[in-house]
Design a protein around this ligand. Structure first.
Ligand code: AHR
Length: 663
């Protein structure tokens, strides 16, 4: 493969002299009379993990860090002034810590606490923010609280940009709320709560601040702009909550879904395996509040139209991080873990008079969530995975024979672990096998035909985590996104074997990321889709319902030798009566293309259509928060008369062509 840096010159030259200069001619045939496999509604989806501050500090709209004072250093994220005591006999059993504000000594004007938020408390002018706190006056009387959103100047000089007063007047714990409306936009504000004069001792627990305007208006809600970007993909499946966080570094850190349902005040804080980046940068304040929990994940799946796909711990911790045998759960001690899986299915689908279905109903969703899939284990490997998976499969099959089980092929796209696990997954009769591949450009360029030779009878493929990265750079520039588009033609052509595919990871905060590339980047006020996001969106929105063979010289286009760097696939969209052809040109040259629609009935033809193109002359170009629209799909109308269509596919571009059929 040529180094992509050198190809830039050719791209520019080709563009400047017009496509005709180097264009090779390619004649492709869409075999309309040979419709192939059904394309699953779950084919293109999303994978969410709390990495890169994707949940707390990201999608989960809570703005207060360590709201329950349960980080290992209980006052992490907080500054205190005056009389403040940490206590641990609070009203919420699983989050017992709270703070007591007592009258300030002469050295301080007031007693109070200040929260730094996640990389600041970011507020927008004129928007409303709902503050809430659980409080009581332990000695009786009335305590007056002043709640302030303040700008970031030092404490003495700072400006209050929104203020509200709350009176706490009960000896019993009660929830108090106030809505604040900042008069300016501020990315790095702080939240302060002061005890006003005359100072009466007051206890505070679960201090929270949310925008009122969350996704769908839910109070324990999601950041609207981020959730909207997920919906805009039109995903078919939503995998959650990880990733490595399902496993944990120690078994007690594993993601436990039962800790993430019920009242948010009583969901315990959990460690996050992503304290560390792969370069060992440490994020000491990265914990999971559980506020974005399994109920919220199911609800989000429903609201964005995606099938939920929860991943559960199989009794193994992250094998990368901790390979000590004693760190894992013994095979004969898995009952609790298996019960978690069975109870989860009941939580999602069970009747409202079942134990877990009742909780779902109490949380606001009496109707079942319609769970169809469950994944057991993330990137596990070796016999230790298989021997643990087996009893899960047996128990789930017995209780819920219709639920489809997703097993793992390990962390690698090929090699020993992969070769060992695939036959084992066949043996245990997994319905789908989760494959992961974070791989460089040459891998993606060489894998156009990856699934052509897969066994058609065994488990189906779930390409559960993948992204192309250019060694060392690993950012979201254009070229890897183009190669993802090229590779995905192979997923689509093999839709009889590949039933799901989800790019990863989904979100990254520009001030706190552990992994890249990622699909959507954000700061506290803004967010932007990457070129990879648009590739995923183009596939999901143009999924179609049935594969149609598309050949050049009777062979599929996989970018292989002699195919001018072209990758392509075609589908029939039965809902709209349209053919959709996707072509990725990974070469530096423009490619002339004649699309012939073969096998059409005499009275039928192609009338018109659209061509949507993702293209950049600069392969290193990337969208940024300041320039979010640099790379985005551009749609043009085309007219077609008859049964063939001529076009030129620009160098390094991805084109999605939709054609109407005329009778
Ligand atoms: O997406 C980041 C990580 O990559 C996931 O947690 C893990 O499954 C994979 O190794």
């Amino acid at each position: 493969m040529r180094k992509y840096g050198k190809i830039l010159a050719a791209t520019t030259l080709a563009a400047s002299v017009g496509f005709g200069a180097f264009a090779a001619h390619n004649e492709l045939t869409v075999q309309t009379n040979r419709p192939g496999a059904k394309i699953q509604p779950t084919m293109y989806g999303l994978f969410f993990e709390d990495i890169n501050y994707a949940a707390d500090g990201g999608l989960y709209a809570e703005m207060v860090k360590n709201r329950s004072f349960e980080f290992p250093q209980n006052l992490q994220g907080w500054v205190t002034f005056g009389g403040v005591e940490l206590r641990n006999d609070g009203p919420f059993e699983r989050n017992p810590h709270y703070v007591r504000l007592t009258p300030a000594s002469h050295a301080h004007k007031h007693s109070g606490i200040e929260n730094e938020g996640f990389f600041g408390v970011a507020v927008k002018e004129g928007e409303e923010y709902r503050f809430s706190v659980w409080a009581r006056v332990p000695d009786g009387g009335e305590a007056k609280l002043k709640v302030v959103i303040a700008d970031t100047k030092s404490q003495g000089e700072s400006q209050n940009i929104a203020t509200k007063h709350i009176t706490v007047n009960s000896r019993e714990w009660k929830k108090y709320t106030a809505v604040l409306k900042p008069k300016v936009t501020e990315a790095k504000a702080k939240l302060r709560i002061f005890l006003e004069r005359p100072e009466t001792t007051v206890d505070l627990e679960h201090v929270s601040l949310f925008p009122v305007d969350t996704w769908k208006g839910h109070e324990n809600g999601l950041r609207r702009d981020l959730a909207q970007k997920l919906a805009d993909i039109e995903p078919g499946v939503f995998r959650f909550p990880g990733g490595c966080i399902v496993e944990g570094t120690e078994i007690e850190d594993r993601y436990q879904w039962k800790n993430t349902v019920g009242p948010v005040e009583n969901r315990p804080t959990n460690a996050n395996r992503w304290h560390y980046t792969f370069t060992n940068r440490f994020y000491p304040d990265y914990y999971q509040s559980g506020g974005l929990g399994f109920y919220e994940y199911f609800l989000l799946s429903e609201e964005i139209g995606a099938a939920p796909l929860p991943v559960l711990n199989v009794g193994l911790v992250c094998q990368y991080q901790n390979d000590k045998e004693e760190a894992h759960v013994a095979v004969d001690e898995l009952d609790e873990y298996i019960q978690d899986a069975l109870d989860l299915i009941e939580f999602a689908n069970g009747p409202v008079d079942s134990q877990w279905g009742k909780l779902r109903a109490e949380m606001g969703h009496p109707a079942p969530f319609g769970l169809e899939f469950i994944a057991i284990g993330n990137e596990q490997w070796g016999p230790e995975y298989v021997e643990r998976l087996k009893p899960f499969v047996a128990a789930i099959r017995k209780a819920y024979p219709d639920i489809k089980i997703v097993g793992s092929s390990g962390p690698d796209s090929e090699g020993d672990k992969f070769d060992y696990l695939w036959p084992e997954m066949r043996n245990v009769k997994a319905d789908l096998v989760d494959e992961h591949f974070y791989r460089p450009a040459d891998w993606f360029l060489s894998q156009g035909a990856r699934y052509d030779g897969y066994d058609r009878k065994g488990p189906k493929v779930f390409a559960g985590e993948y992204a192309c990265h250019i060694k060392k750079k690993k950012w979201n520039h254009y070229y890897p996104a183009l190669l993802e588009a090229a590779f995905m033609t192979g997923l689509e052509r093999n839709a009889d074997v590949v039933h799901m595919a989800t790019y990863a990871p989904l979100f990254a905060h520009v001030e706190g990321w552990q992994w890249r590339p990622d699909m959507i980047w954000f700061d506290n006020l803004r967010s932007m889709p990457t070129a990879s996001y648009y590739v995923q969106q183009l596939y999901a929105k143009n999924r179609g319902t049935q594969v149609v063979p598309l050949t050049m010289d009777k062979k599929p286009l996989t970018g292989a030798e002699g195919q001018n760097g072209l990758f392509a696939s075609a589908v029939w969209d039965g809902d709209k009566s349209q053919y959709i052809v996707k072509v990725a040109n990974t070469s530096a040259e423009p490619q002339e293309l004649t699309l012939n629609f073969a096998g059409m009935k005499k009275n039928m033809s192609i009338s018109d259509g659209t061509v949507t193109t993702l293209q950049s002359d600069d392969l290193d170009a990337e969208n940024t928060l300041d320039n979010p629209d640099l790379i985005k799909p551009v749609e043009t109308q085309v007219s077609v008369n008859g049964k063939s269509f001529d076009t030129t596919v620009a160098p390094y571009s991805f084109a999605v062509m939709r054609f109407n059929v005329k009778k």
